[in-house]
Ligand binder design. Structure first.
Ligand SMILES: [Fe+2]
Ligand SMILES: [Fe+2]
Length: 278
């Protein structure tokens, strides 16, 4: 049997979960040079959907700003993914216009792009962002996402996905993420889950060579329930109370925490290892 054809030169990728707040973006930016050196990183992919506070409640106004995106890119971040908050804040048009910013692909949106391909020499990484309907709450600014499987199959049939393929699946359900990763095992390089903010402990290499982690975890301040902010608005919503009557939400003020994994990829585009980085 002949060996699989090379898709890329081997590479190492740092995938970082939801950056919460501008201070966390500054902190991550300051840590990146050392992380790059320590892990010989070729690419840094960051979900930054919550990197700026621009509204009164985490249901709205918890997206990105040009200023924070510029901070991350200046620090060497190669691609910035999003999620249900990619449509929050005053800078949506400008943020989505960045070639490095990737918004969920499985919805109707003419602005921006749902995937990007990074190339340096013979190292090629395609980064794709998907939004599960489980993470699209009613009343949010995000357009309604299409169901994952039909959206993926039509996208895979119509798009060129060169090199190693990394999917950021922004979703609420651990089992949905696991099922999607299993369905794609052997056809993509890695699937990383984002959105729920609390990191899962282990990464896995599936039998077909796809790397998988259920939740990267947020990158931001610890405290409260670990999501980076006080979830009092969520509790009020659960009780059926009017969240507009509450004071603006506040970020947590505990020590900053990194939610990330390092993914080592071979020349066939398979994941060799996926390890957590704190
Ligand atoms: Fe988030
Ligand atoms: Fe989210």
């Amino acid at each position: 049997m002949s060996a699989p054809a090379p898709r890329t030169d081997p590479m190492t990728v740092l995938a970082v979960g939801d950056v919460v707040g501008a201070d966390a973006a500054d902190w991550l930016a300051a840590r990146l040079p050392r992380l790059r050196e320590e892990h010989h990183l070729d690419w840094v992919v960051v979900n930054a959907e919550n990197c700026a506070v621009t509204g009164p409640s985490p249901m709205d106004g918890f997206g990105m700003t040009v200023e924070v995106v510029d901070t991350l890119l200046a620090a060497g971040v190669d691609a910035i993914t999003g999620g249900n908050h990619s449509w929050d804040g005053p800078d949506v048009d400008k943020v989505l216009a960045y070639p490095q910013v990737v918004r969920p692909a499985n919805l109707d949106e003419n602005r921006g792009q749902g995937l990007t391909t990074l190339r340096r020499g013979a190292r090629t990484l395609t980064v794709l962002n998907l939004l599960s309907p489980t993470a699209a709450l009613p009343g949010m600014n995000a357009p309604p996402p299409r169901p994952l499987w039909p959206a993926w199959t039509s996208l895979a049939a119509s798009e060129d996905l060169p090199g190693a393929v990394l999917i950021d699946l922004h979703g609420e359900s651990p089992w949905e993420k696991a099922a999607f990763a299993t369905a794609l095992d052997g056809t993509i390089t890695a699937l990383v889950g984002t959105h729920t903010h609390d990191p899962t402990l282990r990464g896995h290499v599936l039998p077909g060579g796809t790397g998988y982690v259920t939740e990267l975890g947020m990158t931001g301040p610890l405290g409260f329930t670990g999501g980076g902010f006080d979830p009092v608005h969520f509790a009020a919503r659960l009780r059926g109370e009017d969240i507009a009557a509450l004071p603006p939400y506040q970020l947590a003020n505990g020590p900053l925490s990194l939610g990330a994994v390092v993914i080592s990829v071979d020349a066939t585009g398979a994941t060799k290892s996926i390890t957590r980085e704190y």
